[in-house]
Write a protein that binds this ligand. Structure first.
Ligand code: IPE
Ligand code: IPE
Ligand code: MG
Length: 249
């Protein structure tokens, strides 16, 4: 008798399909520490972080998660050494170009969010190209936050709304949560049900400030380059054991 091959695409047996988060957001943290612990320069952790990202995308898609949003570069990350910033930009560009064929195959719709106009021209071109190519795909919505800051996102929404009021297209009393949300980068996706942060830090670091109002937060000590299929399974399992209340009893 031959042993049955492990089908990685299948949802792990201990997870319930009907209780999966629709939207998972991830603060991919700990690349620098991963490298330092191996006696390597901290920037050596970023290429390994890309491998974890590729795996996370495949997993979420295989398991039927509808939306995945990852934090790749914050508005504050410009304060890192220039060499590190440039490496991260290069890695994001390579990732977009290399993964495009597989994203097409998987029917994944890619979106980049953040202040993209401040990014290097070749990265912007790769972003445009992959967003255009995947725009009619109907599978998982995969969003990469690059030069993203939650405060910056809220401010740009306020500015746009203020212009509309100034032009008489909107009255101040009409500004409610749904009007406001339409001006956030995440307008077309539901709020994250689950927010994962790796490397043990207990903070939000300016990620999706508005959208995480009622997200379940899962923090693991695991550093991002070590985050794999089994780590994701554990995060989803923890999520399925939570009781979400939304302020009710
Ligand atoms: C996350 O890893 C990657 C980015 C923020 C771009 P870090 O580079 O922040 O790794 P640590 O937190 O220094 O270990
Ligand atoms: C958050 O990680 C940003 C990203 C993962 C892109 P940081 O490493 O920049 O966050 P802090 O500085 O520890 O808060
Ligand atoms: Mg960090």
């Amino acid at each position: 008798m031959t042993t049955k091959p492990t089908v990685l695409k299948e949802l792990p047996a201990d997870l319930k399909r009907d209780r999966l988060p629709r939207h998972v957001a991830v603060i991919m943290d700990g690349n620098g520490r991963w490298a330092k612990r191996r006696g390597l320069p901290r920037i050596m952790g970023h290429p390994r972080g890309v491998d974890s990202l590729r795996e996370a995308v495949r997993c979420c898609d295989d398991w039927g998660i509808q939306a995945l949003t990852v934090y790749a570069f914050s508005t504050e990350n410009w304060n890192r050494p220039q060499q590190e910033v440039m490496l991260i930009m290069t890695l994001i560009e390579q990732f977009l170009r290399r993964e495009l064929p597989e994203m097409m195959e998987r029917d994944i719709r890619l979106k980049l969010m953040g202040n993209l106009s401040a990014l290097p021209a070749s990265l912007q071109a790769a972003m445009e190209q992959s967003m255009n190519a995947t725009s009619n795909n109907r599978g998982m919505q995969f969003t990469v936050a690059t030069n993203y800051g939650g405060r910056q996102e809220i401010l740009q929404a306020c500015r746009t709304i203020a212009h509309q009021v100034q032009q008489g297209a909107l009255s101040p009393d009409e500004i409610d949560e749904s009007v406001f949300e339409r001006h956030l980068y995440t307008a077309s996706i539901c709020d994250p049900d689950l927010l994962i942060r790796t490397s043990g830090e207990m903070r939000i670091s300016n990620f999706l400030l508005w959208q995480v109002a009622y997200s379940e937060i899962y923090i693991t000590e695991t550093l991002w380059p070590d985050f794999n299929r089994d780590e994701l399974r554990r995060a989803l399992l923890a999520y399925q054991q939570r009781e979400r209340r939304f302020g009710k009893v």
